[in-house]
Design a protein around this ligand. Structure first.
Ligand SMILES: *Cc1c(COP(=O)(O)O)cnc(C)c1O
Length: 495
C-alpha cells in the first residue's frame, strides 16, 4: 500500500518513505491511499490475541515492505513488561454497565503519548534502513512538558537515532522538569531555554530551516528530524488501541460482534480521535466519535457550524495538553471526507494560515456531523467531574480524562444516546497532582515529588512506579541558556 500527500495526491510514497520523511515537501500530511478493512473473522481472531499481537496484525496492514518479524520485535520492545506496568498495555476499566475507560497511560511516562512514542522510534529506525538512509536521525523536540519526556523515553537507546529536547526553563511543572532532568540513555540530551514555550519552539523551527547547519551535520553523518504528532508513525500505533478496546469488549461479553459503540476522546491536535476514525473506517462498529475540548473549544464550534476559526482568546487550562488552537491532524479528516480532493484541502489550509479561518462546504459538514459529535467543558465542570467520579465510582481520573467524561455526560443528556461508550483516558492523575488535589478539595498542597504521596494518601491509590521513583533518580541534565545558544547546543550534542 502506498501513501499520498493530503495536498498533492499525485505524489506516491512507500510507508517507509512516509515515516522517514514525516511531512510532505509541499506541506501536506501523509495518508494511506486506501484504508484496509477488518472483517468479522479478523476481529474474532484479534479478540484472542495479546496487545502486541494485535499491534503487529493491525500495523502490518498499513506497512507494506515491513516484515512480520520486524514488527514482532518492535511491538515486544515498545509494549513489553519493561515499559508497561500491565500486560494488557491499554486496559479497559468498567465504570458502569455502558461506560468503559480505556487507560492509555500505563507506559513509562504515564501519559497516552507513550502509546505512539514507544513505537515510532522503532518504525523510524526500520524506515531508515528500508530507504537506505545511512545517516543518524537527530530528533529535535521543543516541549511544554508531556511530549518531550515521552519522546526521550521512546528514542532512548534506539539504533540510528539521537534525541535532544528543549524545554522552557520556567514553563514546565516541577515533576515534568525532574522527569526530563533524570532521563537515562546514551543517545539523549535535555536543555532548558530561558523563556517560554514559544521561545523554545521558535528556536527549534529556526534550526530546522538553517541550511548551513544542515550541511555541517550531514558532513558528520546526521540529519535533523522531528517526532511531532503529524508523523503517520504516530497515528498508526494509536489505531491499534481502539481496535483492541473493541476486541476486549467482545472477549468479555460486553458487546456482541457487530454491535455499535461510541468513542469519546479528549482532543487537542486531533491525532488521537483521528486514529479512532481510522478504526471506524476499518470496520470497528462505531456509531459516534465524541470530540471533547476544554475552554479552547475551536473544534466544538467547527463540528457545530463548519467554521474553523482560530481567531479567539487562548486559555491556559488545567488540561494543558489540550490547549491548542490549530488541530493539525484535522487536515487528514478533511482529505478523507472531501473524497480525497487535495485542491480543496490545500485551499482550506491556505485560508487557515492567511486568515486563521476556513468554512467547509455543506456536503462535507454533513459527512463530519454524521460521524462526529463535539462538546467542551470549562474548568469548574472539569474539577467537579473529577470529584464526582471519585465519589460515585471510586475512580481517580486526571483533568484531560475529566473533560471527556463531562462532555459525554452532556452528550447523553442532550441526545438520549445510551450506546455503550469507550472513553479514552489520556494521562495518569498523578501527572497533574495539583489540579486533581484541588478538585478533591485539598488546597493545602505539598511541593515537588511530595505531591505524589499527598495525592496517594488522599485518594488511596498508589502513584505509578516511574513517577514514584523520581525522587531517587540522579539528575543528569542541569544546563540551560539563551535561545540564541540552541544552535551551538545542537552542534556540541552531535560532535
Ligand atoms: C496530547 C494529549 C492530548 C491530546 O491529544 P491529541 O492527539 O493532540 O488530540 C490529550 N490528553 C493528554 C494527556 C495529552 O498528553
Amino acid at each position: 500500500m502506498k501513501y499520498n500527500s493530503t495536498r498533492n495526491k499525485r505524489l506516491h510514497f512507500t510507508p517507509a518513505q512516509a515515516i522517514a520523511q514525516g511531512l510532505s515537501r509541499e506541506g501536506g500530511l501523509f495518508v494511506p491511499c486506501e484504508i484496509p478493512s477488518l472483517s468479522c473473522e479478523a476481529l474474532t481472531r484479534l479478540r484472542d490475541m495479546s496487545y502486541q499481537q494485535r499491534a503487529v496484525y493491525i500495523m502490518g496492514l498499513y506497512l507494506e515492505g515491513f516484515r512480520e518479524d520486524e514488527l514482532d520485535a518492535a511491538a515486544a520492545a515498545a509494549y513489553g513488561p519493561a515499559k508497561f506496568d500491565t500486560p494488557a498495555v491499554a486496559p479497559l476499566r468498567k465504570v458502569d454497565e455502558d461506560t468503559f475507560c480505556l487507560e492509555l497511560w500505563h507506559g513509562p511516562t504515564c501519559a497516552f503519548k507513550d502509546m505512539a512514542l514507544q513505537m515510532l522510534p522503532h518504525l523510524l529506525s526500520l524506515s531508515l534502513k528500508k530507504t537506505d538512509e545511512d545517516k543518524t536521525a537527530c530528533i529535535l523536540v521543543a516541549t511544554s512538558g508531556d511530549t518531550g519526556k515521552a519522546a526521550l523515553e521512546g528514542f532512548r537507546d534506539v539504533e540510528q537515532t539521537k534525541i535532544l529536547v528543549f524545554y522552557p526553563k520556567d514553563g514546565v511543572s516541577e515533576i515534568q522538569q525532574l522527569q526530563m532532568a533524570t532521563q537515562e540513555g546514551e543517545n539523549v540530551g535535555v536543555w532548558a531555554v530561558i523563556g517560554n514555550f514559544d521561545d523554545a519552539q521558535t528556536g527549534v523551527k529556526h534550526l530546522f530551516s538553517d541550511p548551513e547547519l544542515r550541511e555541517e551535520l550531514a558532513g558528520r553523518g546526521y540529519f535533523l528530524s522531528s517526532a511531532n504528532s503529524i508523523n503517520w508513525g504516530r497515528v498508526l500505533p494509536q489505531i491499534v488501541y481502539y481496535v483492541s478496546a473493541y476486541c476486549d469488549l467482545l472477549r468479555d461479553g460486553r458487546v456482541q460482534m457487530g454491535e455499535e459503540i461510541n468513542i469519546c476522546v479528549p482532543t487537542g491536535n486531533f491525532g488521537n480521535i483521528l486514529a479512532a476514525y481510522y478504526a471506524r473506517e476499518m470496520g470497528v462498529p462505531v456509531r459516534k466519535l465524541i470530540c471533547a475540548s476544554n475552554s479552547n473549544n475551536v473544534l466544538t464550534d467547527f463540528l457545530k457550524t463548519g467554521v474553523y476559526d482560530r481567531n479567539r482568546s487562548f486559555y491556559n487550562t488545567i488540561s494543558p495538553s489540550m490547549d491548542i488552537l490549530i488541530s493539525s491532524n484535522l487536515e487528514r479528516l478533511l482529505y478523507l471526507l472531501s473524497d480525497e480532493d487535495d485542491a480543496v484541502v490545500a485551499d482550506y489550509m491556505d485560508q487557515l494560515s492567511a486568515q486563521g479561518r476556513y468554512t467547509v462546504h455543506g456536503g462535507m459538514l454533513k459527512a463530519i456531523q454524521d460521524c462526529f459529535a463535539g462538546g467542551w467543558a470549562d474548568e469548574t465542570a472539569t474539577k467537579a467531574t473529577i470529584a464526582a467520579m471519585k465519589k460515585d465510582h471510586d475512580y481517580l481520573i486526571d483533568t484531560h480524562t475529566a473533560v471527556a467524561f463531562k462532555v459525554l455526560e452532556d452528550y447523553r443528556k442532550e441526545t438520549g444516546d445510551q450506546t455503550c461508550t469507550v472513553v479514552a483516558s489520556t494521562a495518569s492523575p498523578f501527572k497533574f497532582c495539583d489540579s486533581v488535589l484541588s478538585a478533591l478539595g485539598v488546597e493545602e498542597q505539598a511541593k515537588g515529588v511530595a505531591l505524589l504521596e499527598q495525592l496517594s494518601a488522599v485518594s488511596g491509590v498508589d502513584a505509578p512506579a516511574p513517577l514514584a521513583a523520581l525522587g531517587s533518580k540522579s539528575v543528569r541534565f542541569t544546563e540551560f541558556g539563551e535561545k540564541e545558544q540552541m544552535r551551538d547546543e545542537v552542534r556540541a550534542f552531535l560532535k
